[in-house]
Write a protein that binds this ligand. Sequence first.
Ligand SMILES: *Cc1c(COP(=O)(O)O)cnc(C)c1O
Length: 324
Amino acid sequence: MSHSPVPLGTFPTPVEPAPRLAAALGLEPEDLWIKRDDLTGLGGGGNKIRKLEWTVGAALAEGADTLVTTGAPQSNHARLTAAAAARLGLSAVLVLRGAPGTSRSGNLALDGLFGARIAWAGDVDQAGLDGAAAEVCARLRAGGARPALIPFGGSGVPGARGYVRCGEELDQQVPQLRTVVVALGSGGTMAGLVAALGTGSVLGVDVGALADPAAAVAEFAAPLSTEEITPEGLRVRRDQVGSGYATLTEPVTQALRLAARTEGLVLDPIYTGRALAGLRAAVRDGDVRPGEKTVFVHTGGLPGLFGHPDAIAFAEEGAAVFGG
Ligand SMILES: *Cc1c(COP(=O)(O)O)cnc(C)c1O
């Protein structure tokens, strides 16, 4: 089952040098490159667009008229699913963890703007979210709609194909690249990069979204790769999770400030902030070394910064008063 992707994003995304950030990390200025997958276009951009091209392509081939997906309240994937639905004239129902709350900022505000309907699933685990999504699909079908369920984070073998293409772009854009650093959430992004570039070239920084992220990456990458891929053979760091997915850690606040103040680059508190904190730790312990080409994949997530009260409070603290 391999449908054709539906074009949604703007590709290839650019690769930019980051000499001041490189030096601040202890690398040579010419070592570090940023793959701007925050600039994929549609709906504010981010890594989920590449995966949606494949998962929504399959949904259209099945004749779907409504996209259903699951996620956290500040899910970038849910926001971009809503944007893809709007672009294609489809409906979207987002099944989100939690209850309608006081905060409607960040991704949630954009979900509303794109016209998505939200089904609040309560305080449930992933199995509970999947159950709620199955119920939503059943109700939609009973009402005469044709729903397609897009998996959590858009990840799976089909979604990972979108990141095989990103790996192919990088192969062209950064000759002799040694390490690609990327946040690891639901796994499809790292899986596609691993399939395109090989297990040794991709360093995933776990954000704490899954109990066994390496197993997910291996499962999605294996069918797309000629290499034998095992969870143990992957480069995965799990030292940046802190006390959980939604928490803002001290290394992440440092990473947000570092990227912003060396390169004018905005990272987010859940994914890209953790990925840069992980790269920093990897330079410290020698896993990433000066003199080697390193690519940091900026996977987007800016709306999540505005949807995270602690991260916004931290960012605001940084504004010193002139003359004060
Ligand atoms: C979802 C997401 C990731 C992680 O991608 P996965 O394919 O889920 O592992 C990284 N960065 C951002 C900003 C994301 O929204």
